[in-house]
Design a protein around this ligand. Structure first.
Ligand SMILES: Cc1cc2nc3c(=O)[nH]c(=O)nc-3n(C[C@H](O)[C@H](O)[C@H](O)COP(=O)(O)OP(=O)(O)OC[C@H]3O[C@@H](n4cnc5c(N)ncnc54)[C@H](O)[C@@H]3O)c2cc1C
Ligand code: FES
Length: 258
């Protein structure tokens, strides 16, 4: 199976301010990505930007795949200008994805901001397990995929920093209140999360406090994406690990937060 391939843009749709959903059609057969896997995308054929950019797989639809991305700099700006028919060089799928939950576990999905992209992929994969979803964003305007989650039978518990939708405040506090109210033994839950580092850090504190197990998808700036440059290492209880190779998904208790 090919790991480097060309893919043509089918659609590149603006969803909300600075957020886009791109649908790509690989020119060759590629391995179906797992939730939590990512692709390295060359946003242009020139030398600037030189490096491919990493994006989590958001959806896989009949051999096409979708990435959900936010414009933050030069690379993502160029990507946002791609039109149907444009061809991109891509590497992937890469990294270790989310492992399947064990039987009888109540899955709790936790998404912060654009972490919702891989979390949706996981939700779609395990929708028959009736996962719970805790989803936090800055404001109502930056909420994404609410209808799509509902069409999977998942009713998201939402919080926004400004209180414009759902509970005001951060989603980890909302999850904490849920756990205190519920009598299910903690060993019955398993967490699957992606979001800003500050959210993952808070979630790992909560997991320690409540003795919860689970998995988090980490982000680091990446140069190669395949484990050779060592530019993406994080500190773990088992030594330094590469987010692109041993991750991006790690057991929540494994990450050492400085
Ligand atoms: C495994 C993985 C999966 C990712 N999945 C997604 C995704 O699904 N959707 C998405 O929009 N983005 C995702 N990212 C982040 C994405 O790769 C960066 O936003 C992108 O590379 C920025 O490129 P740029 O050229 O536009 O910005 P740059 O010009 O490279 O940087 C602009 C600004 O963005 C910051 N930035 C760059 N990379 C990151 C990062 N990884 N995290 C936070 N801030 C960053 C820089 O520090 C700088 O302030 C992922 C990153 C990783 C490592
Ligand atoms: S990005 Fe090069 S080792 Fe991870």
């Amino acid at each position: 199976m090919n790991r480097t391939f060309k893919a043509s843009v089918v659609e590149n749709k603006k969803l909300i301010n600075n957020h886009y959903l791109i649908t790509l059609n690989p020119a060759v057969k590629i391995r179906k990505p797992k939730p939590g896997n990512f692709f390295m995308v060359a946003v242009d054929t020139g030398l600037d930007p030189l490096l491919k950019r990493p994006f989590s797989v958001h959806r896989w639809i009949d051999g096409n795949f979708q990435l959900l991305y936010r414009v933050v700099g030069k690379g993502t700006k160029i990507l946002s200008e791609k039109k149907p028919g444009n061809v991109l060089d891509i590497l992937g799928p890469l990294g270790k994805g989310f492992p399947a939950p064990k039987k009888n576990r109540q899955v709790i999905l936790v998404a912060g901001g654009l972490g919702v992209a891989p979390v949706f992929s996981m939700a779609e994969n395990i929708k028959n397990r009736a996962p719970l979803l805790f989803y936090g964003t800055k404001t109502k305007k930056s909420l994404l995929l609410i209808d799509e989650f509902r069409s999977l039978g998942i009713d998201p518990t939402v919080s926004t920093d400004d209180g414009s939708f759902g509970t005001k405040g951060n989603i980890i506090n909302v999850l904490k209140r849920y756990l205190t109210r519920n009598s299910l033994p903690v060993t019955r839950y398993v967490l699957y999360a992606c979001g800003p580092e500050v959210m993952l850090h808070a979630l790992s504190h909560l997991a320690t406090e409540y003795k919860l197990k689970g998995y988090i998808a980490m982000e680091q700036n990446m140069a190669c994406g395949i484990g050779t440059c060592l530019g993406c290492v994080v500190k773990t209880r088992k030594g330094h690990k590469r987010v692109c190779k041993e991750g991006p998904v790690f057991p929540i208790e494994e990450i050492v937060w400085d």
